[in-house]
Design a protein around this ligand. Sequence first.
Ligand code: SF4
Length: 582
Amino acid sequence: MSDTGFTEDQKRWLQGFVSGANAARTARGLPGIGGPAPGAAASSAPAATGPARGPDALHHAAMARFEAAGRKLSPQEIAKRDEHPHDAYARLKAEARTGRFPKPMDDFRWRFHGLYFVGPAQNAFMCRLRIPNGILSHWQFRAVAAIADRWGGGYAHATTRSNLQIREIAAEHGPALIEALAMAGLTPKGSGADNIRNVTGSPTAGIDPDELIDTRPHALDWHMHVLESRTLHGLPRKFNVAFDGGGRVAVLEETNDIAFQAVAVRDGFGVEPGIWYRLALGGITGHKDFARDTGVVVRPEDATAVADAIVRVFIEHGDRTDRTKARFKYVLDAFGFDRTLQLVEAALGRPLTRVPAEAIGPRRPIDRFAHVGVHRQAQPGLNWLGVVLPVGRMTTAQMHGLADIAATFGDGDIRLTVWQNLLVSGIPDAMVAAATARLAALGLTHEASSIRAGLVACTGSRGCKFAAADTKGDALAIAEALDGRIALDQPVNIHLTGCHHSCAQHFIGDIGLIATRVALDATGEDTVDGYHIHVGGGFAERAAIAREIFPATPSSEAPARIESLLIAWLGHRTSADESFQA
Ligand code: SF4
């Protein structure tokens, strides 16, 4: 330490402070303050991975096993070990003050705080929130609108995980935006990178006449458990958990790593009859896999403990060297379900409960229109209003108006769905007309055609660097072209996704489009936006992976191709309820 005029007492105190800080930095493989710490390597060598204790120990031990086997950790694993992203918030703030966006590994770390640099598409941050079960109060929704007005682009996107994203955030505004969200009781923590993503649940939880269980307390319990446990952050890759309460609106739980599906267990099978969650594992539709039933049922109050044990198995055994094989599905593929469940039981410290398939009653049908329009709640005289948000986008003026509708006519809640729209709940019969009139004044509607009700699109090239096409713009163009030209008697889901990450889950659409560049001639030098068009995907009782039918179709030709598909389907089906999967 240089001599800067401190007294001897001050120097001794500061020396002790620097030594202590250096010990902590050395443990993370960082250079010491004021020169190398005692015993620290002069280079930025990886952190010690010996008998580590504390919340990172399980992760560091797993990394060490790969290295001991001669396998090279991925750069993201090394970044997490060198400096845990949750320890980097002060650096994030300091970097923001410079007005610069982060370099790649800090870009990865900042995602642990919910900030994504989305250049070059927008040369800005996107912030993704966490909203347990997708439900927030009107005042929180209004706060998000105010924050998007002040630090974002004046709009927000509703996502396919019942969540909100704010975009066009300048580098220097990232921390202020995160901290303003905290003041509104919201957080983006862990909403990106290798973390457990927003927990989804039935959007009609607690108001659905058909539901078996209200998913809100279980989703919230899991949300809080994840937030409060550092061990559950920085997994081998991202991880998704969903709760289906058995009601009318699909939550697409089978596309999650863990799917908790409310079921009625019958008497006579050695377990207490009643409502349990059936456990399905390994959903990842971008890799063409749905979550599969494990034969295990979980008491609702045990869901968090069981999910925690599953994630710990993933932390211990997930691949740390090849990011393309690092999702939980690959642990299941390598070990099989039986061994994986044995490992879960070991982590849990007790056996899981297994029942035969015949012990479980059938799920009540899903209503594919229940997320739009006016629907009666379980509570007499009350209704939910499903609002159409064209491909999930809404202006902040519309958000303030929606918050007004929820506060004035409803019970104050706003419920986001996985269909990129939202519900306003608790509207008395006598106020439905006034609420829908107020909605129309905002330029929004609760009425959707069979095409628009099931239209889903990821961010696309307007805001995502991975996109090969303008998915949101093309989705609206398809709806414009088909509405009024073709009469459908059931909803048809059309999903447009911009790249192989499949955020819009094109593989489960009746019609699914994944973007690609389409060459204009044999040289391949000039390309245009386009799609590989798939058909036959589905979810819930119609779960199926779509198959490619029209490869490399220019965007401009997509509406005509889709129209021809729909005409062929209408002309050849043998009954009115025959689906695309048949
Ligand atoms: Fe971006 Fe690809 Fe996700 Fe679309 S699917 S939002 S292009 S990462």
